[in-house]
Structures are given as structure tokens and as C-alpha cells.
Design a protein around this ligand. Structure first.
Ligand code: F6R
Length: 615
């Protein structure tokens, strides 16, 4: 949510910043801006409402000289998206410019104090308070910029990743973070900073992940200096190697990132499974579980916390863990868990699930779980993100960068890792027999091929999508393992096509939602040939007898459903616990094509951002 990028080196900063913003645009895209410090020290600020392409045009018409700069793409929290509220914000004198990702919670108090001292504000943002405070401290204490930044941050409550530059200082870039992420790319005589590593790829593979409560002063030609904001003591600098390639950030011939990501699922699941099932298919080996055997053996309860799509994966995880491990499992929205005074102790395991590894609510939930003595395990995609660094141990899903805002390949990666995790824990606790492990693990091993087979429904779904493009409402129904799949299908449609859709456990229909059914309300019903198939048939009939159109997702060879549903989409037959993996594919495609038919921007749907780093 909001992306920041910065550069200091010997090349023109403008081009590097614009390219970096484009790679970060999935984090927010309602306005963008940059501040450049020319080699002679002059400061130029360019801002534009809308996407980064608008900023590119605006900047091109002005002065873009300089080898130092900071830039920002915004997802509005305080103040509407317009040129004034866009970052960078500059201090009253116009000397200091700052970009910020996060929320300054005590901004109203600070604003009042500064206003009482004659500081005039231009924007409605919380961020402007910080830059004005820095200047106020610098002027009244007669200190250096870095001292003023540190002093200001000590007065600020909330979350931030910031980058600051100053007129007349073409050799200094200052960055700091608390709760919002910030990565420093270490090149040859040049340094990059960004909200995540994507803008840095192609320039350097050496990165430093700035820790919470750290501030870095980056001076041209000098080693990077990192200190703790609270103690001012120097921090130890760990340089990590990035393992991402430029090709992973490109559309690879597809029209959109979302379509690329849907179609790359056979390959991403291959990466996700690699080395995690023994060649004989009889054991699942996850190093995070192996290293913490005792914790998993002694656990009395597991709580899964996540948001959005990751929460849907958690619901599937709950069933998997219950079925294979015989441990009580709870699932909580991270945003509810964090304020719910959870009762936890050392026999509790909390599993946090997050694609980005930066979701503010999930991070806060982890902190609470740790404070209460639980062992916290992470299931994450982005290597080195805040969540995997905050958890005690974990497993990466390894599906590569997910750039389309609507999550697709991360969902199937999460469900795959949760399946592996449930099998690994079940084995450790002796709760699952060897034959069952073999059955599921063997089916998982061939899952990349099964998903490839499933993707052949593409053309059929494209045709089907035309029939439903103008529906105003949709119901998605499923039972058992596929109730969460229904929730996920509905979320995908809502997010990118802006059609209202609700997911429901199919049997709950008769307790209320059935009142909505008429010929204008289509239902997508997930009905693979599993233990609940006979039950869901009667739910389909209930919808049909009230005039609702039904699209049924059924197992290959199920011809009986043709007599009841209006449209049947066939998916390969797999063990019941793996049906969400295959059933989610046609749902992703249906949402995608309906949104494309409506002319929507599927990669950057309105109001959304990929990485939700604010509450
Ligand atoms: C939906 C979607 C969001 C995220 C949610 C959590 O397509 O992408 O609902 O799933 O914001 O994000 P992560 O998984 O990064 O914690």
C-alpha cells in the first residue's frame, strides 16, 4: 500500500525512479510524484493524479536533472487522490521533501502543535505533518537533517517507511522504517531504496532489509550508516542475495499479469512442491516443521490468521489440519484476532498466511501471538518480507512475484503448502496413516499436470463469461473443502469486475439467501464428486426450482449434472482435500473474462492495493 523508491548514484535518477514506480504500481495507483535533487543542489518536485504514466508525462515537461531522488505511488488514506495530496510532501520553506508509506496516527496532535507555531499546511495528509516537523526541529534545534529526522520519528506514532532529501544536499538520502517495509539495494557506487525488491532487480542482487526502528543515512561515496532510531546505536548490516529475475516481473506475452499468473500455476506449483515430498511419495519434509518437531508434537491447538484470499486458504488449511492431525484448529481474520484478546499459551501454534508478507493486520496478529507465548509459523510468498522475519519459523510458497492485484497463484500455492504442512504435522503426531499420506502426496506430485489439464477449460469459460457479463449479482456455493473455494471465487469476481458476489456454504442457502434467487441471480456451484456430492445436488435443485441459472463445477465424467444445471464445467478428479486447487482455476478464469468483457483494468482494480500495509 503506497510504494516508495529512491536512488542515489551517478546516473539520472528520474528514469530509474519512474521505472521503479511502475514496478511498484500494484501497491497503489491513485497518484504519484517524485523529488529530484540536481547536482547543483536545486530541488524539483513533480506530482500527478492518477497512474505513474501521468507523472512520467508531467515530469518530462519539467526539470528532471539530478542523480538523487525519491518517488512515491499512492493509495490514499488521508485526503482524496489529487496533486496536492500526492507525495512527495515538502516542508514550509520548500527545502525538505519526503515520501511516506504507512500512517502517522498522532498526526492531528502534531499538526495542531505545529500550526500553533505558525507552520502552514497545504495538504490534508498525515505525511505532511512529518516533513513539517522535521523542518521545525531542524530550524529550532539548529541540527543536521539526519538528527532532525531521528528526533521527529521519536515523536511520531504509527507506521512508516520514509525517504527524505534536502535542497542543497545532492549527496544525502535518508530512509527509516517502522512497521512498513523498506529494502536497500547496494550497487557499485549507487544505492537504491524501495518498498520491496522489485524496483531493484536488474541493478543489483545485493540487498539490506531495513529492520523496524532503523534509520539509514546514505551518503554518496560513503558506506551506508544504519542506526537504531530509539537508541541511536549503530546496527549490524546484513547483506542478502536477491534471487529474482527480470523475466518474473514481465507479462511474458500475456495481456495482463493476472492471466499470466493464472496460466503459470502448473509451473509455480512445481516450484512450491520441489524437494518437499520424498521420491517414494511416502513422506513430506518441511524444514520448518523438522526443526521444530517438539512444538508440533506438543501443540494443543492451532490458530490460523490471515486476511482476504489468504484467509480463504486458511479455512481450507483448517479442514486439512483437522483431518490429518486431529488437533483443534481455529481460523481468525488477523484484523479481528489482534483486537480480540486471544487466549494463547506455549502449547498454541499460530500459523500466519500472507502472500506479500507485509499485511499490517497479520503482522500485528503475529506480534500479539508472540507476546502471549505462542509459537508462530509463517506461510509466505515474498522472501525476506516482514512476516517471515517476524515469525519463529515457516515455509515459503515459492510461487514467484505475484503482480496482478487479485491473488491467484498465491492462493493455490498457499493451499498446497497448507496441505504439505498438515501432512507433515499429521505424520509427526502419528495421526495419519502411511497409505493416506501416499495417496495425497502422490496426487500433489502430479498436481502441476492436473492444473495444466484443468486450464484447458479456458475457451469454454471465455464463452460462458459472455453470457454473464452483465449480471449484477452472483452467488457462489460450495460445501466442505469447497465452501472456502466459493468464498474465493466470489471475491475474485467482486475485486476485478465490480459485480456483487457472495460466497455461501451451499446448505446455508435455505436459511436466508435463497430469498435472493430469481432468474437474474446466477449461482456458481462447486460440486465435485466427493463425499458431499449427493447433498449438494439437492442444493442445486433448490436454486433451479426458483428460476436461478446454475453454473456447476463438476468432476470429469459427471454427466448427471447436465440434466440439472444450466452449464457444467468439468475439472479433473482428485482426492477430496485437493479439490479446491482444481476448482479454483475455472473460478479465476470466469472472474477474469467477465472483467475483461466489461473493459475493467484487471491488474489494477479500483480502490485496491496489493500490499495492505495500513490498518
Ligand atoms: C485478494 C487479495 C487480498 C489479499 C489480502 C491479504 O485477491 O489479494 O484479499 O489476499 O490483502 O494479503 P496478503 O496475503 O499479502 O497478506
Amino acid at each position: 500500500m503506497c510504494g516508495i523508491v529512491g536512488y542515489i548514484g551517478s546516473n539520472g535518477a528520474c528514469k530509474i525512479l519512474i521505472q521503479g514506480l511502475k514496478r511498484l504500481e500494484y501497491r497503489g495507483y491513485d497518484s504519484a510524484g517524485m523529488a529530484l535533487v540536481g547536482n547543483d543542489g536545486r530541488l524539483n518536485v513533480h506530482k500527478s493524479k492518477g497512474k505513474v504514466a501521468n507523472l512520467e508525462q508531467t515530469a518530462a515537461a519539467g526539470d528532471t536533472e539530478g542523480c538523487l531522488g525519491i518517488a512515491h505511488t499512492r493509495w490514499a488514506t488521508h485526503g482524496e487522490p489529487n496533486d496536492i495530496n500526492a507525495h512527495p510532501h515538502v516542508s514550509q520553506s520548500g527545502d525538505i521533501a519526503l515520501v511516506h508509506n504507512g500512517t502517522i496516527e498522532n498526526y492531528a496532535v502534531l499538526k495542531k502543535v505545529l500550526s500553533d507555531h505558525g507552520v502552514e499546511f497545504k495538504s490534508e495528509t498525515d505525511t505532511e505533518v512529518l516533513v513539517q516537523l522535521i523542518e521545525y526541529i531542524k530550524l529550532t534545534s539548529n541540527c543536521t537533517l539526519s538528527e532532525a529526522v531521528r528526533e521527529a520519528l521519536l515523536q511520531v506514532e504509527g507506521a512508516y517507511a520514509i525517504a527524505v532529501v534536502e535542497r542543497g544536499e545532492p549527496d544525502t538520502l535518508i530512509v527509516a522504517r517502522k512497521s512498513s517495509p523498506l529494502v536497500i539495494g547496494v550497487g557499485d557506487n549507487e544505492t537504491f531504496i524501495a518498498s520491496d525488491a522489485t524496483p531493484i532487480i536488474g541493478y543489483t542482487d545485493k540487498v539490506i532489509y531495513l529492520e523496524n526502528d532503523e534509520m539509514a543515512v546514505i551518503k554518496r561515496g560513503e558506506p551506508i550508516n544504519i542506526v537504531s532510531i530509539s537508541s541511536n546505536l549503530p546496527s549490524k548490516i546484513d547483506i542478502h542475495k536477491l534471487r529474482l529475475s527480470l523475466a518474473q516481473l514481465e507479462k511474458g506475452g500475456y495481456d495482463t499479469f493476472m492471466l499470466k499468473e493464472i496460466f503459470e500455476q502448473p509451473a509455480t506449483l512445481c516450484d512450491c512442491l520441489r524437494g518437499r515430498i520424498t521420491p517414494d511419495g511416502r513422506r513430506v519434509v518441511l524444514s520448518g516443521v523438522e526443526l521444530n518437531k517438539q512444538k508440533f508434537i506438543e501443540a494443543e491447538r492451532i490458530t490460523l490468521v490471515a486476511c482476504g484470499t489468504s484467509w480463504h486458504a486458511a479455512l481450507i488449511g483448517k479442514r486439512l489440519i483437522q483431518d490429518f492431525c486431529q488437533i483443534p484448529v481455529e481460523v481468525e481474520y488477523a484484523s479481528e484476532f489482534r483486537y480480540g484478546n486471544p487466549v494463547l499459551g506455549p502449547k498454541d501454534i499460530v500459523i500466519s498466511i500472507s502472500q506479500s508478507g507485509e499485511t499490517a493486520d497479520t503482522l500485528a496478529a503475529i506480534q500479539i501471538a508472540k507476546q502471549k507465548g505462542a509459537f508462530v509459523y509463517g506461510v509466505c510468498n515474498v522472501v525476506g518480507a516482514s512476516i517471515p522475519r517476524a515469525t519463529d519459523s515457516g515455509t515459503y510458497i515459492h510461487v514467484g512475484p505475484e503482480i496482478g492485484v487479485a491473488s491467484t497463484k498465491a492462493f493455490t500455492g498457499q493451499v498446497t503448502v497448507l496441505t504439505l504442512l498438515a501432512l507433515a504435522i499429521g505424520q509427526l503426531r502419528g495421526a495419519i496413516d502411511e497409505e493416506k499420506v501416499y495417496e495425497i502426496a502422490s496426487a500433489l506430485k502430479t498436481m502441476p499436470k492436473t492444473i495444466e489439464e484443468t486450464l484447458k477449460v479456458d475457451t469454454e469459460i471465455q464463452k460462458l463469461s459472455r453470457i454473464f457479463t452483465y449480471a449484477h449479482n452472483f452467488l457462489y456455493l460450495g460445501r466442505g473443502y469447497n465452501y472456502p473455494t466459493a468464498l474465493e471465487g466470489a471475491l475474485k469476481l467482486k475485486e476485478i469486475s465490480y459485480i456483487h458476489a457472495e460466497g455461501y456454504p451451499a446448505a446455508e442457502m435455505k436459511h436466508g439467501p435463497i430469498a435472493l434467487i430469481d432468474h437474474e441471480m446466477p449461482s456458481v456451484i462447486i460440486a465435485p464428486s466427493d463425499s458431499l456430492y449427493d447433498k449438494i445436488i439437492s442444493n442445486v435443485q433448490q436454486v433451479k426450482s426458483r428460476g436461478g441459472a446454475v453454473v456447476a463445477i463438476v468432476s470429469k465424467g459427471n454427466t448427471a449434472m447436465n440434466d440439472i444445471a444450466d452449464f457444467c464445467i468439468e475439472i479433473p478428479e482428485v482426492p477430496e482435500c485437493l479439490t479446491p486447487l482444481v476448482a479454483s482455476i475455472p473460478l479465476q478464469l470466469l472472474a477474469y473474462y467477465i472483467a475483461v468483457n466489461k473493459g475493467k483494468d484487471v491488474d489494477q482494480p479500483r480502490n485496491l492495493a496489493k500490499s495492505v500495509t495500513v490498518e
